[in-house]
Write a protein that binds this ligand. Structure first.
Ligand code: SF4
Length: 249
């Protein structure tokens, strides 16, 4: 019987990671269609305009996707495969077949870029994941408040991390969150984010929002916000989106 477990994928490309703790690493990016959120700053054309127009996205079974990667990319010279979107955890049924398929054949890391709001699917996929690059969405910038969902997600992530010390190394650099902010960030949001980080043990990357490839927060805001975070949580880094400066995708 044919494998009908297919995922809709917007694009697949090889490039340089431009955000977070693995900035500069060579990755294969698999950008999945669809997302469960609707952030004000979302710049990702992640959903096909016309779901019936097959030219607007790829559709793969796990076996077909692995074959596509083997035919089009040099997997052995790549640091990690970035599962991104959209929201990749929407495709948990697909990923739970695809990830072990790759891991059986290749010594390559899986880097999960997630909005950190779907805890049920996290339970399925995080055991196959090497690096979690999650989000904390600030209402002042994203326009949505999902702190309750982040709480559930990061609880799951930290439990799996503690039980699976082999694939999460002893330092925290395989578990970090990105916090996109602008001049509207509030002290309450900083406190809530740091509380999550302390409770669940992740690093924080604060990332100024980009508008038209320019940093939207003022220099004063960036430095003030950085000081506020580090004062209560020293495992905080300020890293803008680097790939925009070297003009790569
Ligand atoms: S979580 Fe990411 S992909 Fe989804 S709406 Fe927000 S910015 Fe866009």
């Amino acid at each position: 019987m044919d494998n009908i477990n297919k995922a809709k994928i917007k694009e697949i490309f090889s490039s340089i990671q431009g955000e977070g703790l693995y900035v500069g690493c060579k990755q294969i990016f698999i950008r999945f269609c669809a997302c469960n959120l609707n952030c004000a700053y979302c710049d990702t054309d992640f959903y096909p305009d016309n779901i019936n127009d097959k030219s607007d996205y790829f559709e793969f079974t796990p076996e077909e996707l692995l074959k596509y990667l083997e035919d089009n990319f040099d997997i052995n010279s790549t640091h990690s495969i970035s599962l991104t979107g959209g929201e990749p955890l929407i495709w948990a049924d697909f990923l739970k077949e695809f990830m072990p398929l790759v891991q059986k054949k290749y010594d390559i890391l899986f880097y999960l870029e997630t909005n950190a709001t779907i805890d049920d699917n996290a339970k399925i996929i995080l055991p196959y994941t090497d690096i979690i690059a999650g989000d904390v969405k600030l209402p002042s910038c994203s326009g949505i408040d999902v702190f309750d969902k982040h709480e559930k997600f990061y609880k799951v992530a930290s439990e799996i991390r503690n039980n699976k010390g082999i694939w999460f190394n002893t330092k925290n650099n395989n578990f970090f969150v990105k916090v996109v902010f602008d001049d509207n960030i509030t002290d309450d949001e900083i406190t809530k984010t740091v509380n999550l980080a302390k409770k669940y043990g992740f690093e924080i990357i604060i990332q100024p929002r980009m508008i038209d490839d320019k940093i939207s927060a003022s220099k004063d805001t960036m430095l003030t916000v950085f000081e506020k975070f580090t004062k209560i949580y020293r495992n905080t880094r300020l890293i803008p989106q680097v790939h925009k400066f070297i003009d790569v995708e």
